[in-house]
Design a protein around this ligand. Sequence first.
Ligand SMILES: [Zn+2]
Length: 437
Amino acid sequence: MKKSTVNLAAGTCSRYFFYLCSEKWSRARYESYQDDQLKKIIRHASLKVPYYRDLFKKIKLDPEHFRGRRDMHAIPLLDKETLRTRQKEFIAEDAARYGINWDSTSGSTGTPLHHIIDNATKAHKLAAVLRAYQWAGYFPGKRTFSIQSYTFANPQALARRYPLANLWRFNSKLLKEDTALEILAMINDIRPHVIIGYPFSILMISQIARQKGIRIHPVESIITAGETLSERRRQLLEEAYGCRVHDFFSHHEDVAVISECRHKTKHVFENFAYNEVIDDNGAPSAGGVGRLVGTGFYNYAMPLIRYTVGDNVEFVAGTGQCPCGSKFRRVKEIVGRQNDYLETPDGRFLGNVLEHAVDNAKGVRLSQCVQDTVDHIYINMIVDETFSEESIKAFEQGLRLRLGNEIRIDFKVVDQLEKTKSGKTPFIISKIGHVYI
Ligand SMILES: [Zn+2]
């Protein structure tokens, strides 16, 4: 086993116990912990991170007198576009001592982004995920089936088994009617206790089962991640699989983790990051839905302070406590992007085709995929001055890996992305009827 894997496993174990034990902390202890972590990362950013060194000078922020949560409002919000265009300025001068792991993401947002996650943050994230999944009844070694956008050594392989973890992974990019039938046969043979994955893919499998009159082996719980879970999808999933659905929310930049406990309450992990909800004027939201903003506590190689995640949330008002005993603040609703899905000419259904397809398309600020016939899509792109023919080639290559070669793809540079009749701007629009439910 590689030394880095052993270190990650050891780091994850110790942090897992931190998450387990710190759940019993009082509110006052959480708040004091958050203030301490914020003071530390602000001081580090002021000394070692060029972007923040300049910013703090400009706004006259003295890190030595910074008090934590109550002074956060003085720091301007950071958006994805600033991080994308000024990426190098966010790298700490001493990043190497924390471990440099490059990560790329577009989420489902169609904007390519490359950033660094250091070793401590990787271990913290894994530990927080493990703790969150445990709330949903998962523990390592429990028979689990996961369907997400995996890349296996053999790109044509539908599934891969990980015997040590008692885990089967299925590549959601290959989901179509006949592969769904194969998956159904596997689920009924393996009899997993837990299913983890994209709600769209898990739902699609159950809908094909219903059409074909195939009974699905009931599971103990489903953990959904990676896509917005509508109430309608939750209801359909719970009916089809006869179990509880637990929604899990995080993202690659690692400034927020939100997970549902066994009482179906969404809790924000306050020992992972400091999260705020901001209204349209950039002020703390007085109530209702606002933009989710996060400051990660542990990524010293590339700190992100007051980063706007791109999703909107609403916190539960008041200080009431969930019956599960967690003192974490409660989230009433996560309003993520709601996208339609695509159908490929070979009959596959794809829910988040832009994820990673756009990663190497330099100069693409925002993109949107529209399907107008079963064998044709077009990509709307808002671009900057670094965009070139090479960007289109890289984008098409990324899309071909997911969509195959049969579909025709056109690229358009536009000033604005298309909106639906209800005024929303999804990143995937189907004009052939495969709409979001
Ligand atoms: Zn709870």
